[in-house]
Design a protein around this ligand. Sequence first.
Ligand SMILES: Nc1ncnc2c1ncn2[C@@H]1O[C@H](COP(=O)(O)OP(=O)(O)OP(=O)(O)O)[C@@H](O)[C@H]1O
Ligand SMILES: [Mg+2]
Length: 258
Amino acid sequence: MSQDKSPRFLLSANELSKSFGGIKAVNNAKISVNRGSITGLIGPNGAGKTTLFNLLSNFIRPDRGEVIFDGKPIHHLQSYQIAQQGCIRTFQVARVLSKLSVLENMLLATQKQTGENFFRVWFQQKSVRQEERENKERAMAILESVGLIEKAHDYAGALSGGQRKLLEMARTLMTNPKLILLDEPAAGVNPTLIERICKHILTWNQQGISFLIIEHNMDVIMSLCHHVWVLAEGTNLADGTPQEIQNNPQVLEAYLGD
Ligand SMILES: Nc1ncnc2c1ncn2[C@@H]1O[C@H](COP(=O)(O)OP(=O)(O)OP(=O)(O)O)[C@@H](O)[C@H]1O
Ligand SMILES: [Mg+2]
């Protein structure tokens, strides 16, 4: 297998396959994300998009294939190690802890806590407190920027579905990501909030974060993405600019046949 270490790609995956019993959910698929880009991943229901995310982030082990992130293979790493490398994902159904506050959900994402180090106990207490204070300030600043600051001390369970998606996205920022994989950020979200989410994605992208976005909402894909990959029945159907994809008769056919 060729390991694609081209600096142009932040993420590239080749020959990825995963079967569940007799179903080939992902079958010899490839995908890449250019550094600094917002890349789309579309396809009819059941095409294998979420499974592909699960393989990229190693929530599910691929039967075969390789994933290169930032010049290094990551398919042998655990999910949390992939997140530590700067590749973090959200879920189709937002995973927030409902019985914790919005702020506590944000703080859970922070990594490499000094408190995990048992050395220098005397000094530690001061540095732990300082780190906690910094994390809290950072979390509050992010919540402010996404318009969730007034909800900081509410239970995450009291948020609307759209706000939960926003919180899950905001939480990824606590880990200083290079690439965020978003699984249907606009699904079940009202149009006003979709617009806000799109604006945040553009702002974060301008700050240097790359995105790979699964979405059925074509307006979102067309307005955000530099490049789009199309998956159908687990395999690559096409990739190109949003305009190329929109005018591709095979893509239209795959959707109409859905
Ligand atoms: N854990 C699993 N066990 C068995 N089959 C699965 C599992 N996960 C996915 N599948 C099957 O793999 C195929 C691809 O599913 P996947 O969820 O990846 O599609 P998708 O493109 O994300 O669809 P949607 O747009 O509806 O979210 C489907 O046939 C699905 O039923
Ligand atoms: Mg899915």
